[in-house]
Ligand binder design. Sequence first.
Ligand SMILES: Cc1cc2nc3c(=O)[nH]c(=O)nc-3n(C[C@H](O)[C@H](O)[C@H](O)COP(=O)(O)O)c2cc1C
Length: 179
Amino acid sequence: MEFFEVLRKRRSIRRFQDKKVPGELVEKLLKAAFLSPSSYNKRPWHFIVVDDKEKLWRLSKAKLGASGLATAPLAIVVTADGEKSDVWIEDASIAAEHIHLAAVALGLGSFWVQIRNRMHNEEKSAEEYVRELLDIPENYRVLCIIGVGYPAENKPPHGEEIFEWGKVSYNRFGMPFEK
Ligand SMILES: Cc1cc2nc3c(=O)[nH]c(=O)nc-3n(C[C@H](O)[C@H](O)[C@H](O)COP(=O)(O)O)c2cc1C
């Protein structure tokens, strides 16, 4: 699939078929993540592959907006060593997006579940909830979870309306950019 087509076809898929993601595709998703750039090439990330049904169900309870993980056959939890890099958020975000895009190219669907800065309930952060569930060491920060699987919903690719030319300036902020 041509790269621009991958970009247009990338939609958030939150319902999945009851079908395992083959090991070789899981490996490709992880390779896509490892191909990410990172500040000073520190590569602070650590990915947790989850296909255990019970754990996926528990992850779906991490916060509001995570429920799609209950039908996902696979989740990749994106973490990074916050002591290794002061820009671990950026590094981990790029890796997460690589996974999200690679899924499209591989005929899979996926969605991003934000964990950092989100709450599980009034007392506990979503990050703490996920940390406890998956035994993640304190120095590793949890950015997000990418739920992955074969889509059980059909979403159209993004159309022309996605291109918000009014959000582009030319040479100076506020000067219209003429295509
Ligand atoms: C930083 C970030 C956090 C997101 N958090 C969630 C989330 O917690 N749960 C969810 O279902 N979708 C989440 N999304 C997906 C967005 O809702 C989605 O990308 C947006 O609605 C646009 O739809 P599209 O992905 O189909 O283009 C998140 C996306 C990003 C980039």
